[in-house]
Design a protein around this ligand. Structure first.
Ligand SMILES: [Zn+2]
Length: 469
């Protein structure tokens, strides 16, 4: 049987500062090596001070993943030399003196399957190596320590996955969950990374590292299963090793034989005392925990009569569910939900577009109100949306400026219909035999009024003009 396990690294991007110093947790905007201090650079004599919010946010994740949480947490030094690690050790967690990591033995459902979470630990991210050109050919490697010390949560699963597809589904669910908890922004470059370990029946475990995206992770796992199967068929032994994902060639390549845990010379980080997490803290976190995605979905369906498909899409996206919550009331919820999923999600389909969008909840409830009271048509609402997203102009002003007001005056509409009927003589002739043609004519009237004609009135007037029912 194929067994796949994951180690997911997730940056707590919503924090202000790094894990043990006051440098910024969000290092992305800085010039190289400017978001650093003696603590995150490991200068002798400097002392780490644990970020309380990081412990709280990491504990929230543990709770949301149904993990046990400890009464006390401890930190350890993991010693290894690599240029991106300024201290030559990483401060992380290890469950050797009892369970002292942020959480353990949790679970998460992926469809009907339960994936067990072995452990969650809080640790610091190393710096970044920047290669000139391709990794294999580079002559020059630069190091940027801005990221060193950024709070990272490592989530380790049991090897419960059997297919690459399950891996992908799990990562999507996990990333929605982390976003919903408001602890991380998984869409930011490098905010979520994963390593996978893969073994097939009778073979050793192979770890794949260095995978940049979830899409590639699925591919890497798939490649690795095929590679191992092919070795087995040819009776070649699968060696236990670490392999790197080669992004360019889309294959895994041997990196080194896997270190044993003992080689890291773990020992307790004596500069950080054990930290007690009492029931009071836990209760407070529980009380302030954002509503889960599944509970949101259930509420949307049962309270507002939104279809399960729409509720599913809406609840799993933090940005849009927040927009929905702020715009909805007892009467418009279903329309708001539909407008978000059919019109707005397409308009705001990238991070950049969301960040620059001027659309707010008030715009949205105004739009629905105007459609319902026949002030504008749905088609006009779509044009108004473009303008709102771009400039944030109030709806009433857009209706005036762009002349989007609904044409529902019978006389005015009759004139337009007469014009259309004069222009579409062939269609009018055919309409006697084929009543479906009337829909084509409605379309023509809509075109002429730039979507402003009241569709129902147009239809009934057209039928009157053509003498059909
Ligand atoms: Zn620092």
């Amino acid at each position: 049987m194929t067994k796949i396990g994951l180690e997911i690294h997730c940056q707590l991007t919503k924090l202000e500062s790094k894990l043990f110093c006051s440098c910024k947790a969000d290092y992305r905007e800085f010039e190289p090596n400017t978001n650093i201090c003696p603590v995150c650079m490991g200068i002798p004599g400097s002392l780490p001070l644990l970020n309380k919010s990081a412990v709280e946010k990491a504990t929230l994740i543990a709770m949301a993943l149904d993990c046990n949480t400890p009464a006390k947490i401890a930190f350890f030094r993991k010693n290894y030399f690599y240029p991106d690690l300024p201290k030559n050790f990483q401060i992380t967690q290890l469950n050797v003196y009892g369970n002292t990591s942020i959480g353990w033995e949790g679970k998460i459902s992926v469809g009907d399957k339960k994936i067990r979470i072995r452990r969650i630990q809080l640790e610091e991210d190393p710096g970044r190596l920047i290669y000139e050109g391709a990794t294999e050919k580079t002559k020059l490697t630069l190091v940027d320590y801005n990221r060193a010390g950024t709070p990272l949560v490592e989530i380790v699963t049991e090897p419960d996955f059997e297919t690459p597809h399950q891996v992908r589904e799990f990562l999507n669910i996990l990333s929605d969950l982390l976003e919903n908890l408001n602890v991380s922004d998984p869409g930011l470059e490098g905010a979520m990374r994963a390593d996978a370990n893969v073994s097939i029946e009778g073979g050793s475990k192979v770890e794949i590292k260095n995978i940049g995206s979830f899409h590639d992770l699925e591919k890497a796992v798939h490649f690795e299963i095929t590679r191992q199967q092919s070795l087995t068929e040819r009776k070649i032994e699968i060696v236990q090793e670490t392999r790197h994902w080669d992004d360019g060639r889309k294959i895994t390549v041997s990196a080194r034989t896997k270190e044993e845990e003992a080689e890291y010379r773990y020992h307790l980080e004596a500069d950080i005392p054990w930290v007690r997490i009492n029931d009071n803290t836990r209760n407070q976190l529980q009380t302030h925990m954002p509503e889960s995605i599944s509970s949101k979905k259930e509420r949307y369906v049962s309270k507002y009569g939104i279809t399960p498909q729409v509720a599913d899409i809406l609840s799993s996206d933090r940005y849009f569910s927040e927009l929905f919550e702020n715009a909805k009331n007892e009467t418009n919820a279903k329309d708001i939900a539909n407008m978000i999923t059919t019109d707005i999600m397409g308009l705001l389909d990238t991070r950049e577009k969301r960040e620059t969008s001027k659309l707010n909840a008030e715009h949205l409830s105004d739009l629905i109100k105007s459609i319902k009271s026949n002030k504008i048509t749905r088609a006009s609402a779509k044009s108004a949306l473009d303008e709102i997203v771009k400039n944030g102009t109030p709806l009433q002003q857009i209706i005036t400026d762009l002349d989007l007001g609904h044409v529902s005056d019978e006389g005015e509409l009759s004139d337009i219909i007469s014009q259309v009927l004069n222009e579409e003589i062939k269609a009018v002739e055919e309409a006697e035999q084929n009543p479906e043609i009337v829909n084509f004519l409605v379309g023509k009237v809509m075109q002429k009024t730039r979507g402003k004609a009241d569709p129902e009135l147009t239809l009934s007037l057209l039928k009157k003009h053509l003498d059909i029912d």
